[in-house]
Design a binder for this molecule. Structure first.
Ligand SMILES: NC(=O)c1ccc[n+]([C@@H]2O[C@H](COP(=O)([O-])OP(=O)(O)OC[C@H]3O[C@@H](n4cnc5c(N)ncnc54)[C@H](O)[C@@H]3O)[C@@H](O)[C@H]2O)c1
Length: 325
């Protein structure tokens, strides 16, 4: 099987490429990525000279780049996106361009060659939950509240429309917050770890009681693997980590793992329109495809801290973002 991965130099895409190339010796991967601030070929250095892996620097909004790559692949797994909510608040343009137009351009090529298309999306398309609300599932109505989540919601609608209108063999997955190796240190967990390793404080938005569900990236990659092989065409799968926690719980756990005290917490002004709670009911993928998260949050955080300790050169070479979650 030849898989076209878009955005494979980013956090989840590079973990997915490692997962596939290690698990399926006969598979080939083409990784198309424009290498924004979030794309880093260091993530994939071990595959650089492997004939099963090819990197193409290119923009998914450019049909001339995308079209021949889709033509020679069996499956498209679409990760490429602008992915950071805070950046979407400051400057939404790239989010509309990459996340909506990029998805559209890829869908057009997939339609031309009738290729299997898997779209990676987010739980943020569903909006925010109150403390007592039931977790999101595949039937939750869309209610995006940031330019990022609105652009992802638009792309999900486009993907579904290509299934209904053109019978394009698509699947979609909406997952919760990922964490793990190669996570760009602008989001809560990697920013907190790298700050603490450097003796800096950890910024926490508002009161710290916003709740997220946390998914270890390797578990996410296994779910995508199952969906592209056994997922039912036209279906959506919600993927969660069974690990709902307040942000402040995460920060305190990291303080404990890194043997620091609470004086390292710095409360900062809350994000505009900060969604209070996300939670995911992943019983559909559990029931239909036999997937469930294998890594507990405690183990995943321990592994992640270890990874950042052992890969100091990786994160020190990255220009750290000024964004905080
Ligand atoms: N990180 C999470 O917790 C999370 C949660 C839910 C969903 N998602 C979704 O998963 C996908 C991957 O997220 P991530 O955290 O790995 O993102 P990331 O920001 O780490 O990586 C995105 C990658 O896409 C590339 N890219 C951006 N614009 C491009 C363009 N126009 N053409 C080609 N490549 C381009 C970047 O260079 C980068 O390598 C995204 O679609 C995101 O919406 C992420």
């Amino acid at each position: 099987m030849k898989i076209l991965v878009t955005g494979g130099a980013g956090f989840i895409g590079s973990n997915f490429i490692h997962h596939i190339l290690k698990k399926y010796p006969e598979y080939r991967i083409i990784n198309v990525d424009i290498l924004t601030y979030a794309g880093n070929l260091e993530n994939l250095k071990v595959w650089e000279n492997d004939e099963r892996y090819r990197f193409v620097k290119g923009n998914v909004t450019d049909a001339n780049v995308v079209d021949p790559l889709v033509a020679e692949s069996d499956v498209v797994v679409h990760f490429a996106a602008e992915s950071h909510v805070d950046r979407s608040i400051v400057d939404p343009y790239a989010f509309i361009d990459t996340n909506i137009k990029g998805t559209f351009v890829l869908l057009e090529s997939a339609r031309k060659y009738n290729k299997r298309f898997h779209h990676i999306s987010t739980d943020e398309v569903f909006g925010a939950l109150g403390p007592e609300d039931a977790p999101f599932d595949e039937n939750t109505k869309y209610d995006p509240r940031s330019p990022y989540s609105a652009s992802k919601a638009s792309s999900d609608h486009l993907v579904r429309s290509y299934f209904h209108t053109y019978d394009l063999p698509v699947t979609i997955s909406n997952c919760s917050n990922n964490y793990g190796p190669y996570h760009f240190p602008e989001k809560l967990i990697p920013l907190a770890i790298t700050n603490l390793l450097e003796g800096k404080t950890v910024p926490v938005y508002g009161d710290g009681f916003n709740v997220r569900d946390w998914l270890y990236v390797e578990d996410h990659c296994k779910a995508i693997d199952l969906i592209i092989h056994q997922g039912i065409i036209g279906e959506t799968y919600c993927i969660g980590g069974a690990s709902e926690r307040e942000n402040i719980w995460i920060v305190k756990k990291l303080l404990e793992l890194l043997e620091k005290d609470e004086s390292m917490i710095e409360y900062v002004k809350d994000r505009a329109g900060h969604d209070r709670r996300y939670a995911i009911n992943f019983s559909k993928i559990e029931r239909e495809l036999g997937w469930h998260p294998e890594v507990t949050l405690e183990d995943g955080l321990t592994k992640t801290v270890e990874w950042f300790r052992e890969n100091e050169a990786w994160w020190k070479n990255i220009e750290s973002g000024t964004y905080k979650e």
